[in-house]
Design a protein around this ligand. Structure first.
Ligand SMILES: [Zn+2]
Ligand SMILES: [Zn+2]
Length: 337
């Protein structure tokens, strides 16, 4: 379900995950790890997240501090939701550039990509390329902690939107929802796996429930490294914003069944950034929906080679329902890289 582009602020309804048993390689193929983000297990058994943040405008000290505060709150929420097993150890925040995993535009109104039918309000955020090692979050200057955290979890935990379960991954805004937790089998109402189940499958040694966790405890303090750039890095900003626009356009075409136009948009992304894994993945979805199986398989292969790393999702994505029946598809997933 070509999921890379999604908005928290005005979420359209997503398809329910098809009720299929995932099958995928025991050992997913290894992929490159682009800079700007890491998650490492400490000797004390905690998973420590480091993430680079880029402000596409000029930012003063006060802006850096207010955003660092948001990230501290995000760390607290992640700590609480994972029962004291994950937290944000460090952020590096820079201005006048796009070199980060969280990319901020201080005022969303002057963010030209936001014009048009997909326009987002001043507090929104979006996760792109969420099933790849290249994921990044676009955010306006003051995203609420809950939205910022939701988008980060798409990237770092490969969580899906869970539109009807009581969970932070519930995409739609509903009164009285319980959003500050990760759903387990009891709270999970969608088909497919609960978010806790996905997490437990992904991280060796993770516990749920964790008997060592004390409710109300705090994560270790977050370190902040700040950098004020002298010059704008305009070129990269331009490319990212164009990519975003093309991806939105391509997925709209895909959703309305205009496959030729969708292909064109995704191929344009590859001209801006050769090998972009989400573009290859979306091309694979498009070919699969056009029933052009050979081209779909080749595109999946390209996506994996370039950083698509959610092999589990390949086994569940409804776009590949037909393709999944073929021996070539199974072979592709089980191949060692
Ligand atoms: Zn979402
Ligand atoms: Zn959930």
């Amino acid at each position: 379900m070509h999921m890379y582009f999604e908005k928290t602020f005005y979420l359209s309804a997503f398809l329910l995950l098809a009720s299929v048993q995932p099958f995928y390689a025991e050992t997913p193929p290894s992929v490159k790890e682009p800079a700007g983000y890491s998650i490492k297990k400490s000797d004390a058994g905690l998973w420590e997240i480091s993430v680079d943040i880029a402000v596409q405008d000029e930012a003063d000290e006060a802006f850096f501090d207010q955003f660092a505060k948001r990230m501290e709150n995000t760390s607290k929420l992640i700590w609480e939701m994972t029962q004291g097993q994950f937290y944000i150890k460090e952020i590096k925040i820079s201005d006048k550039c796009s070199d980060g995993r969280i990319i901020i535009k201080k005022g969303a109104k002057d963010w030209d990509i936001l014009a048009g039918p997909n326009a987002m309000g001043g507090t929104g955020a979006t996760c792109y390329e969420s099933n790849t090692t290249n994921w990044y979050v676009y955010a306006a200057g003051r995203p609420p902690t809950i939205i910022l955290t939701h988008e980060l979890l798409h990237g770092i935990f490969k969580f899906k939107d869970e539109n009807s379960c009581a969970c932070i991954m519930r995409g739609t805004q509903i009164e009285g929802r319980e959003i500050n937790k990760i759903c387990d089998d009891t709270g999970h109402k969608e088909t497919g796996k609960s978010c806790w189940k996905r997490l437990l499958d992904r991280y060796d040694g993770l516990k749920y429930p964790d008997p060592a966790y004390k409710a109300g405890s705090q994560p270790p303090p977050m370190n902040t490294v700040k950098k004020h750039n002298k010059e704008f890095n305009d070129k990269k900003e331009n490319i990212l914003n164009k990519k975003l626009y093309l991806e939105m356009a391509g997925i709209q075409h895909l959703d309305t069944g205009d496959y030729e136009k969708a292909l064109k948009s995704f191929q344009e992304i590859l001209k801006l950034e050769a090998g972009e894994p989400a573009a290859w993945y979306n091309i694979a979805c498009t070919y699969a929906l056009m029933n052009r199986q050979k081209e779909a398989l080749e595109a999946i292969e390209k996506a994996i080679k370039n950083g698509f790393d959610d092999i589990e999702w390949l086994g569940e994505d409804p776009d590949f329902a037909q393709l999944r029946q073929t021996p070539e598809f199974r072979k592709l997933l089980n191949r060692d890289k």
